[in-house]
Every structure is written in structure tokens, then in C-alpha cells.
Design a protein around this ligand. Structure first.
Ligand code: UDP
Length: 243
């Protein structure tokens, strides 16, 4: 798949439906894959932490989570077709998992949130086999999560530890597995459990989802400071290329 390089991060030139189709094929062929949906904050962090940049480079696909990434790709001359968010991909993969009776594993979020997510899946996707789960607050060095995943042999692993933990966790463990689609889904478990509301479609279509999240969780304001820094560095990348 073709890439566009945005500040050292290789974004896959793909749209939502093509990615979902490809992930389904990986499952059918028992192949392994690792999906990251990255926003400007993730790109800026990778530029500051070498180990995190290395984790990102282990991914099979990195998609544009956020209009800032799509706009940056336009400016750099190789356009990413649309935003492909972790939440949207998760919902589509749940539908496919129900249709095909796939096995899934859920990793992340608070314990009560995780229980709500399991209930939701049992109710709305009754043919999915939830073969295991673990909350997102565990001792990083001492745990048996990857062994549990290996033994339960899921087709899909949803990892909701937030950035940068989810990308680092998968990058650290992916070599141990020989199949499974590993998908980073950030705060999606909180949305499915009804703890956090996703922006209405009208806001999403106006590219204001980030603002809606800020209104819901004002403590996120500091994280948003990455955006102006991101814009500045993208413009620098463009200028450097044209010299
Ligand atoms: N989380 C977790 N373990 C941690 C830190 C966070 O499981 O050590 C979970 C948290 O409960 C929430 C999600 O990760 O469900 C992070 O959500 P956020 O909206 O911050 O995701 P991001 O925007 O970073 O992708």
C-alpha cells in the first residue's frame, strides 16, 4: 500500500471501507496485522520519543485520525482520502465479527467500562465470541496478558489503552503472535459503554469533533497544544522539500 510521510510517520493511503475489507481478508487468511489511527498529537510525540516512533513503524497500517492529518497530507501533495478513526473501524469490525462468528479479545479501559462493553457486544452482536478481556490498568512488567491472548487465539484484539500505551504494548508483543488483527481504539470502549459521547454527525462533518471532545473533557486542553506545533512542522517539511 502507498504511503504519505508526515513528519516521519508513514500514513497508508486508504479509506475506511478499503481498510475494513483488507482487515477482514487478513482474518480470513489467518494473517497478523497491526493498525494505528494517528492524530497530530501522536505524530508530535513520535518526533520527541524515538522509542515511540519505532513502535509506530511496526504497524501494518497507520490511518488519519483527525482532520489535521488529512489537511497536512493535502499540503504535502499526496492526499489521504478521509479520516479513518479507531471507533469507526471498531464498529465495522464488530459487524463483520458478528456475521462471521469471529473470536475477539478486549484489552483496556476501567474494569466497569469493560464489563459494559462486553454486555453491549453480547446484546447487539450475539454471534461474536468474546474469548477474553483484561482492563487497562495492569503492571506493565508483570502480567500474563499476552499469554492469555495467545491461548485464546482471537481473530481480533481491540486495544484501548490510549496513546502512547496502546501502540507501545502492541509493538512490544506482536512478535509473539502468529495471527490476529490488533487494532488501537483509544477511548472507544468509553463511548461504547456510554461514558463518553461521540460528537454528533453534524459536528463531525464540520470537522469539529476535537472541539466537542474538548467541551466534554476540558482537561484535554493541554493535549491540544500539539496542534499548532504540528501545523508549524508540517509547513516546514513542505518548505524544505520545495527548496
Ligand atoms: N486507559 C487504560 N490504561 C491506561 C490509561 C488509559 O486502559 O493506563 C484507557 C482509558 O480508560 C480510556 C482510554 O484508555 O478508556 C484512553 O482514552 P483517550 O480518550 O484518552 O484515548 P486517546 O485519545 O489517547 O486515544
Amino acid at each position: 500500500m502507498k504511503h504519505v510521510n508526515i513528519l516521519g510517520v508513514p500514513f497508508s493511503i486508504t479509506n475506511h471501507s478499503t481498510l475494513v475489507e483488507q482487515l477482514n481478508q487478513h482474518i480470513q487468511k489467518h494473517e497478523k496485522s497491526f493498525v494505528i489511527t494517528a492524530n497530530p498529537e501522536i505524530v508530535m510525540r513520535a518526533n520527541q520519543e524515538e522509542a515511540y516512533m519505532k513502535s509506530l513503524h511496526r504497524a501494518t497500517y497507520i490511518t488519519a485520525d483527525g482532520i489535521g492529518i488529512v489537511k497536512a497530507s493535502r499540503l504535502l501533495g499526496q492526499t489521504l482520502p478521509e479520516r479513518v478513526t479507531g471507533y469507526d473501524v471498531m464498529i465495522e469490525m464488530l459487524k463483520l465479527a458478528d456475521l462471521n462468528h469471529y473470536r475477539i479479545y478486549l484489552l483496556g479501559a476501567q474494569r466497569d467500562t469493560l464489563e459494559e462493553v462486553k454486555k453491549h457486544i453480547q446484546q447487539f452482536y450475539p454471534h461474536i465470541q468474546v474469548v477474553g478481556s483484561h482492563d487497562g490498568y495492569f503492571d506493565w512488567q508483570h502480567n500474563t496478558i499476552s499469554e492469555e491472548i495467545m491461548q485464546s487465539s482471537p481473530d481480533l484484539v481491540f486495544v484501548a489503552l490510549g496513546a502512547p500505551k496502546q501502540e507501545n504494548w502492541i509493538a512490544e508483543h506482536i512478535d509473539q503472535f502468529n495471527k490476529g488483527v490488533f487494532l488501537c481504539v483509544g477511548g472507544s470502549f468509553d463511548v461504547i459503554a456510554g461514558k463518553v459521547k461521540r460528537a454528533p454527525l453534524s459536528w463531525q462533518n464540520k470537522n469539529l469533533e476535537w472541539f466537542y471532545r474538548l467541551l466534554q473533557q476540558p482537561t484535554r486542553w493541554k493535549r491540544m497544544l500539539a496542534l499548532p506545533r504540528f501545523s508549524y512542522h508540517v509547513i516546514r517539511q513542505k518548505v524544505k522539500r520545495s527548496l
